[in-house]
Design a protein around this ligand. Sequence first.
Ligand code: AP5
Length: 211
Amino acid sequence: MRMILVGPPGAGKGTQAARLVDALSIVHISSGDMLRAAVKDGTELGRRADEYMQAGALVPDSLVIDLVLERIARPDASAGFMLDGFPRTRPQAEALDAAMQAAGKQLDVVLLIEVPDALIVERITGRRSDPETGAIYHLTFNPPPASVEGRLVQRRDDTEEACRARLEKYHAETAPIVPYYEERGLLLRVDGVGGLDEVTDRIRRALDSRG
Ligand code: AP5
């Protein structure tokens, strides 16, 4: 299965991807994780992407598109992938289409996780992640076990200010790609409000309903 996860910052894309990919036997490819790894490694791409990310702006298409297309062309993605955070703009969606067409492959599903803006800031500012395992927690909604508490980190773009900028970008640049996929019959909408297990069940049911 080749699928895309779309949703505002904090919708639960990363959380749900981690819960679903093993059962679907596909790889989780997060453009945000790839960019953060580039920043951490101090690569040229990371240096250029860093200021955009910290400000909650989108990294330019010219930097992101090649990064993700190169990743989905690797052998471990040949059986399928769950793209998280890409595409985020119309040019990214078109570049993905062109690459898939050239490879003779098709997208199966675009899953939109819907969460109202009013819930987003609390989700984002309470997020913590484990640098050793990559696990994502929330101080209130998904509390970490005491054994890992001491090593948890907060993302640099998880401030309230950057979060509001990311939400604005989502509505201006990313939400408009939803109709692009809806018109092609690829879109599945899932309510992202509720407990983590509840949302996972909704996604499973939505995917099953497509057969
Ligand atoms: P990216 O890493 O993709 O961030 P994002 O889209 O803003 O999404 P998040 O990772 O913040 O949220 P999520 O939906 O994965 O939520 P999560 O599961 O963690 O991108 C970061 C930056 O990189 C961008 O701003 C941009 O600069 C750049 N970038 C990346 N891709 C790009 C691209 N294609 N083009 C250009 N620039 C790009 O959950 C959030 C929190 O909520 C967690 O604490 C979690 O525990 C909690 N939570 C999850 N589900 C629930 C629930 N059901 N109830 C309560 N709490 C919940």
